[in-house]
Write a protein that binds this ligand. Structure first.
Ligand code: HXC
Length: 259
């Protein structure tokens, strides 16, 4: 499929690299990009075991939602625009495969929100994160008020959102917004290394872990444990469980089929 604003690459077995590419606006998300993202996610094939999302160019991951498109929206149109981003980001969050955000520069507003919809965030040392929306007279509208407090705690999320303060990579690491910071030129290589480790493991087991963590965080402790138990049990109905354990006992490397 051809996209105007997305570049799709297959850098290694099982890994798809998606670059958001709108160089004139530092990869700001307009509704066409959001619709392309939606179509891309809907069409991800089973060959993709890990998705990496990054920004095209050296300066920006995504500098937010497109302010020039939002400037003249009325309330109803604002609702529709926010809803579109929410829907696409939720699709990313609930994909049955790991999604890594390789944040290579500005991740502001909708860019920070996109990164937060991914399972894992790593960034380059020039990355900058923030939710500057209140300075534009709006709230974070792609679920930033929902995901940021879940990731960094309410106090830090409220400070970032109320002040619009932009934080650097070292602070993002300290507050747990990213897992690791790398020199800019090493970021993709590190993302690919992480992805390769995931690709070597059992895909259905990873998918079950993702569901258990994502859904479990919104359940009571007892409900979450029950959910984990069901997902754990489900693994014993897979060929990958037989293969993984047989490989261990046979002192060989497992060859998982995702079945
Ligand atoms: C539209 C944008 C943009 C954005 C940058 N550009 N961010 N256009 N929407 N979010 C454009 C600029 O207008 C400029 O276009 C070009 O990209 C280069 O940007 P500069 O500002 O010249 O670059 P620089 O001085 O390096 O500053 C980079 C920056 C700054 C700090 C990232 O551009 C900035 O503050 N951008 C806005 C960030 C922001 O507020 N994001 C949140 C948006 S609200 P020209 O034509 O002049 O070259 C949001 C809401 C999400 O995300 C929820 C919606 C429902």
């Amino acid at each position: 499929m051809d996209y105007q604003f997305l570049k799709v690459e297959q850098p290694q077995e099982g890994v798809t690299l998606l670059k958001i590419s709108a160089p004139k606006s530092l990869n700001a998300l307009n509704s066409t990009i959001l619709k392309e993202l939606d179509a891309f996610i809907d069409n991800i094939g089973s060959g993709t075991r890990v998705l990496i999302i990054t920004g095209d160019g050296e300066k920006s991951f995504v500098a937010g939602a497109d302010i020039s498109e939002m400037a003249n929206l009325n309330e109803q149109e604002g609702y529709a625009f926010g809803r579109l981003g929410d829907k696409v980001f939720r699709k990313i969050e609930t994909l049955p495969i790991p999604v890594i955000a390789a944040v290579n520069g500005f991740a502001l507003g909708g860019g920070c929100e996109l990164a937060m919809a991914c399972d894992i965030r790593i960034c380059s040392d020039n990355a900058k994160f923030g939710q500057p929306e209140v300075g534009l007279g709006i709230t974070p509208g792609f679920s930033g008020t929902v995901r940021l407090p879940r990731l960094v705690g309410q106090g830090m999320a409220k400070e970032m959102i109320y002040t619009g303060r932009v934080i650097r990579a070292d602070e993002a690491l300290r507050i747990g917004l990213v897992n690791a910071v790398y020199p800019r030129e090493e970021l993709l290589e590190k993302a690919l290394e992480m992805a390769a480790k995931m690709v070597a493991n059992a895909p259905l087991a990873i998918c079950a872990c993702k569901e258990s963590i994502n859904r479990g965080c919104d359940l009571t402790m007892d409900e979450a444990i029950e959910l984990e138990n069901k997902l754990f049990a489900g693994c014993f109905a897979t060929a990958d469980q037989k293969e993984g354990m047989a490989a261990f006992l046979g002192k060989r490397k497992a060859a998982f089929t995702g079945k």
